[in-house]
Design a protein around this ligand. Sequence first.
Ligand code: FES
Ligand SMILES: [Fe+2]
Length: 438
Amino acid sequence: MNFDASSLVDSEFGTVDRRIFWDKDIYELEQERIFARSWLFVAHESQIAEPGAFVTTYMAEDSVIVARGDNDEINVFLNSCPHRGNRVCFADSGKGRQFTCNYHGWAFGLNGDLKKMPKMGLYKNTPGFRMEDWGLKRARVGNYKGLIFATFCEDAPSLEDWLGDFRWYLDAVLDVEPGGTEFLPGGATRSVLKCNWKFPADNFVGDIYHALWTHLGGAEPTLGPHGGVVVDNEGSYQVSVNGHGWEFNHSFFGNAATMGDKEIIRYMKSREEAITARLGQFRAKMWGAVSSATIFPNFSFLPGYFTFRTYQPRGPLETEIHAWTLVPKNMPDEVKDRFRRGSMRTFSPAGILEMDDGENWEHSTTINRGYVTRHQKLCYAMGADTAVEEDLPGKVNAGQVSDHNQRLFFKRWAEMMKAESWADIPLAENTLDREAAE
Ligand code: FES
Ligand SMILES: [Fe+2]
């Protein structure tokens, strides 16, 4: 298919061409222009707390190892041997001194460098062979308050500029307590959906609209036994920076209340004053509120349930979901365990809310098998964008029930798809770092 990415998305009125959820050529171009040029989430630093600790994960279709080295530095490199290409590490996580390939025994250090191999002397006689040329391909690594991101793109801006002013909002889940956050131990839940990766990313970036119908069957949106939750556009927002988006109200524990555990609510209420003192009232009220967010392109989370997940593409019609639960480190163990159970009950492969969503995303994808069907457009026209008076970072829309963030998500998608290089990709001004420098 010949296509012009900007003709597939109209972010002004709000339409998206359905072929972007189906077409193989578009999918291949996404690997090059979206995933290989973005900063992608790879791990939380709590998963690799000690030197020698590692996890294996994916950056889109690329298998990578994330390892903490001897000097406490965090390294990310391809999990593929440069000798004949074999997968080097088969474990999900562990601790070790080196990674040794099964095939011929090449061994790599915690930073990916090639350290030794059987019959090393034979290579020493090879003119032009240098050990330092044949390590595992390393990525650039960035860390924002415990979340580790990586990119293989040399030209990409810094992680600080990539996240930009979205970091101001991220602190409402990452910096609520002294001591930072952690992923609950035990690894990720993993599942596979027959859907295009952009449907879940789109859903989390700004779709509270579906919750009123998919999860509530059209009932009045007063959720949870421990606090009524009203979803409307009074005192609620959508914010977007560089395609990252967060829709939220200020219900503080609105999402958490739907897990139905009064001890969780009691705990959250007990922290409200301290969190308000730390972050100010505006962001403190976001902590567990009715809300959802996506960091472009495929890393999403839900305040309140604190599920953090990646949507790894597996072809245009399949997505692998890896999900963890994030909590403040200093939360009492008993409350952490309640969050573990609450988030499994709601947002896990067998969770009541996740099952509702997955079915919709699968059918939104597979229906495009129809040739005529996939040549139609989808409607993203809800709510003209409104600017908000308050002095808030990013593009801010008054009201969380809107397609504002989704329009900007797909605008970002089209900008990256059509750009030949990073020089052609616009970046929002990073006012946080500018103000810090002044
Ligand atoms: S493929 Fe890894 S040592 Fe040969
Ligand atoms: Fe949902």
